[in-house]
Structure formats: C-alpha cells, structure tokens
Design a protein around this ligand. Structure first.
Ligand code: SP5
Ligand code: ZN
Length: 345
C-alpha cells in the first residue's frame, strides 16, 4: 500500500499547548507520533512510502476561506515583527490569541491578534514558524492519496501531520489547521460520490461544518459525546445537516468507557448508512485516540479492536483514503495503526 508522508511536518513542534485552566503542557501532537508510526510500518512488508505531490493552493481554497489561509501563511512573521520579545527567542513561543470572537460575526479584524481570535477556536492549535508549510505538506499527502485511489481503484494511507478534522472553512483548532480529509473528499467529489467516516475519538467538527449543507458527500462521525468531551459545542446526535445537506450528516456521540463490543455495533450502523448512500469513494478520518489508555481519550478500544474496525470498514470494498488524525499513546501508536491498516493493504 502507498503511504504518502512528508518529513516537512517535523519542524512544526510548538514548545507547548494550553490545557484547561491555562496549564502549559508539552505539545501532545508531536513529531514522535510520526516516528512511531513510520517505524511500525517499516517492519511490515507492504508499506510503500511515497513523497506527496504538490497540488498547489487551489484544492485548499476550494474548501477553506482564502483570507483564513492567508492568515495561516503570514501570522508567524507578522507576530515576530510585532513583538521584540518573541523575536529574541522565537523557539520558546507559540502564536495564540487570548481573546475570541465567540458568537459575534464581526468584520474580520485588521489587527493580528484580532484575526487570531477570529480564526482560532481554542488554545490547542499552536502556530510556529514551520506550521503553515507543515499544514500544506499534510494536505498534499491527503490529496496524493486521493489521486492514488481514484487512479488505481485501491486504498492509500495519508500519513498526515498536522491532523485536520477540527479545522473548519475559516478556523483552526485542536492541533488542526487545514482539513486534510475534507480537502481530499472535496477533490474526490469532482469524480464521484464520497463518504467521510471519522473514527477519531473527538467529533470531526471541521468536516461536519464544511460539508453540512451538501448532499454530494455523506459525513459521519463516531466520537466521545460533546456533553463531556472536546469540542464541547458540536457533535451532538441531532445535528443531521441543513438545507440540501439535511440527512447527509450523522453524529454518533458515545459514552465514556465505550469498549470494542459497543463500538463495533455502532460502527455497523454507520457502515449501513454508508452502504445506503452508495458512494464511489471513502475517506476515513482515522484517530487512534479511542485507544484504551490514550491521554486525551476516555474510550477503551484495544489493538485487536482496531483490527476488527479496519476489517469491517474494508468489507465495504470502497476505494479508501485513510487519513491520519489524532492518537497520543505514542508507545502503542505505531502498532495500533498497523493493526487497523493491514486490513486495507
Ligand atoms: C486531532 C485531535 O485529536 N485533536 C484533539 C485536540 C484536543 N484538545 C483538547 C484540549 C483539552 C485537553 N483536556 C485535557 C484533559 C487531559 N486529562
Ligand atoms: Zn482526536
């Protein structure tokens, strides 16, 4: 199987993120995650690593607001230029706002920090010098994998970092800047009907928002219930799409402690919906943070569980782009990915 991956992600390593209560902690979404996954894949005899191609900005602008992407491209440089303390030791800083637009719909502010609070939904999408290029390379991995499955009617793995599913049309959040799965799904939608299944532990709010009014893509997310889990404000069961998109989005919010058996029965419901939609392609937003023991998750999926999840999804026999999202139990992450992915080889 082709694995699209780029080393460009490595320099995107913010020195901290902010947890609840303002606590500064080491950035959980770190380069070590990729090293664990690539090491595990290289032990198999089926992983064929390929550099992504450059698709340019057009397929990204097809999903994201231009001004938002321009903000991602320039904010670090603008911040360095605006603050001598940052310029003196950039490696100890990460760019984040401290004020958010909340429910107001103001004109986009002209100031840098005003734009930051407008375009960011939380304090866990920290921006450093290398972030924009890493996000572009990550999107190119998803696009390259999409091209591969449409050309060859096979499956491909987009080993994306940074992840994407929390990023919306005009906002970053939850370690995500460009929505890789949405960019790939939108690109594929020019060639056929696309279903996006999001099995990251966290609700795929960005993907939900991007496709919410569309009926040419079915989006489904299985995740920790926002009544107790991030992203808190979206991902509820009654959100089913709007306008032409009504009936083309589905959330499966699950309780804390969800283990393999309960998860697999919900997955079957999701797969039945996908079969009913008769898509030509599947984009699988794959987070491993449902794993029992993940520092950000409260589910109890086992390694064998990931194997069964992969097997059931692949039983639909759809050309599938597997897009890497979250997963933070680094010591187990590589083998967990292999357990899921080996079903698609
Ligand atoms: C791609 C992805 O999985 N993003 C997840 C981002 C989650 N950010 C959550 C920040 C709040 C952390 N609360 C930590 C509680 C740890 N016990
Ligand atoms: Zn997640």
């Amino acid at each position: 199987m082709k694995i699209f991956h780029s080393e460009v992600h490595r320099a995107h390593y913010p020195p901290f993120e902010i947890f609840d209560g303002g606590k500064r902690v080491p950035y959980l979404e770190n380069p070590d995650r990729m090293d664990r996954i690539t090491a595990a894949l290289k032990k198999t005899d089926w992983a064929d690593f390929v550099e992504p191609s450059d698709f340019g900005l057009e397929p990204i602008h097809a999903v994201h607001d231009r001004e938002y992407i321009a903000f991602l491209a320039s904010c670090w440089t603008e911040w360095l230029a605006s603050d001598p303390e940052v310029a003196a030791s950039p490696e100890t800083h990460a760019f984040l706002p401290a004020t958010f637009a909340l429910r107001r719909k103001p004109p986009v502010p002209a100031t840098l920090l005003g734009r930051a609070g407008f375009y960011m939904m939380d304090l866990s999408a920290c921006i450093v010098e290398a972030t924009y290029n890493a996000a572009l390379a990550s999107a190119n991995c998803a696009l390259s994998a999409a091209q591969r499955i449409s050309d060859s009617s096979t499956n491909a793995f987009a080993l994306c970092r940074p992840p994407g599913h929390h990023a919306g049309k005009d906002y970053a959040g939850g370690y995500c800047f460009i929505n890789n799965a949405a960019v790939a799904a939108n690109w594929l939608s020019a060639k056929g009907k696309v279903a996006v299944l999001d099995i990251d532990y966290h609700a795929g709010n960005g993907t939900q928002d991007i496709f919410y009014e569309r009926d040419d893509a079915l989006t489904i997310s299985i995740h920790g219930d926002p009544n107790y889990e991030y992203p808190h404000y979206i991902g509820f069961a009654d959100e089913a799409g709007a306008g032409a998109g009504l009936g083309y989005h589905k959330n499966f919010p699950l309780s804390m402690g969800t283990a393999d058996l309960a998860y697999l029965s919900i997955l079957n419901e999701a797969l039945d919906m996908i079969r009913g939609f008769t898509p030509d392609y599947l984009v699988l937003s794959t987070g491993m943070d449902t794993f029992d023991g993940d520092p950000l998750g409260k589910f109890k999926i086992t390694r064998a569980g990931f194997g069964e999840i992969g097997k059931r999804i692949n039983s639909m026999k759809l050309p599938t782009v597997i897009v890497m999202e979250g997963g933070y139990a680094n010591a187990e992450l590589g083998e967990n990915v292999v357990s899921l992915l080996e079903n698609f080889k």
